[in-house]
Design a binder for this molecule. Structure first.
Ligand code: MLT
Length: 276
């Protein structure tokens, strides 16, 4: 059973999350410009063995929007707030896809003691080069002046593989629905936050948390060769490349994605769960 839960932060903002299942906690952080619907398969399949907690970042899905800007560090603090409320102060495995992966790295830098494991999916540890920063700021302006769809429609061929685009209309429709539902202010705030994110690449060798790095064969945004290169600097990691998928394997290749995640969770959580 899945529950949609709204928790109020001390500053009065409401953070929405989906909770499903019981067991060791697995927190799922969505990509941009998406929401918890990108985890719909995992919230079904993984919740038979794990407590899945999928929060929505500020302004995305049902979480309340932010009138001012924020940093990815602020989003990591929201995640800690959710962990302390939902995971009964237990350690978690934190799985972040793309923008969710940037936030997961911020979380690691603040709360490594709360992590039993990290899953960095279709993401990278680098800060943006100047040209990407400029493009993000243009997209933020476009969202504010011309609306969500003008800013997000051009992303579709980067988010999904050609194979998904031609053979999985249901996946294409669910991605379009998420893109269309995201308010312009959420797009602008997230682009600005990602544009000023820090570079974690010099610190990869310090990440001793067990880490699974996932990307997909056809992901142009997190290409396999580049991903394998930076992942090799993580001292306690393994890499999985999902065949046939683009940037969103949880939707495009859910069975292969789940298999990689379950293999990792089984290793990380090898001790019996005292709460079960
Ligand atoms: C995402 O999927 O979250 C985005 O590709 C992240 C980004 O724009 O860097």
């Amino acid at each position: 059973m899945q529950n949609s839960i709204s928790i109020l932060t001390s500053s009065g903002r409401s953070l929405n999350l989906i909770g499903a299942g019981h067991g060791y906690p697995l927190m799922l952080l969505h990509g941009f410009p998406l929401d918890t619907r990108m985890w719909k398969n995992q919230l079904g399949s993984l919740s038979s063995s794990y407590q899945c907690i999928a929060p929505e970042f500020r302004g995305f899905g049902q979480s309340s929007s932010e009138s001012g800007g924020y940093s990815l560090g602020d989003l990591a603090e929201d995640i800690e707030y959710v962990r302390s409320h939902m995971a009964h102060e237990q350690q978690i495995v934190l799985c972040g896809l793309s923008m969710g992966g940037y936030v997961a790295l911020e979380y690691w830098s603040r709360y490594p003691q709360h992590l039993a494991g990290l899953i960095l999916s279709n993401t990278n540890p680098f800060a943006d080069p100047p040209e990407t920063v400029q493009n993000r700021l243009k997209t933020a302006d476009l969202a504010k002046s011309q609306g969500t769809w003008a800013a997000t429609e051009p992303m579709i061929p980067k988010l999904l593989s050609e194979h998904t685009l031609t053979s999985a209309p249901d996946v294409v429709d669910s991605v379009k629905a998420m893109l269309q539902a995201t308010p312009p202010s959420a797009i602008a705030n997230a682009q600005q936050a990602m544009a000023k994110r820090q570079d974690f690449s010099p610190r990869l060798s310090q990440i001793t948390t067990p880490t699974l790095v996932v990307t997909s064969e056809l992901d142009a945004l997190a290409p396999p060769e580049q991903t394998k290169q930076w992942a090799a600097e993580l001292p306690n990691s393994s890499v999985e490349i999902i065949p046939g998928a683009g940037h969103l394997p949880p939707l495009e290749a859910p069975q292969a994605f789940d298999k990689a995640v379950i293999g990792f969770l089984t290793k990380v959580y090898s001790e019996p769960d005292p709460s079960r």
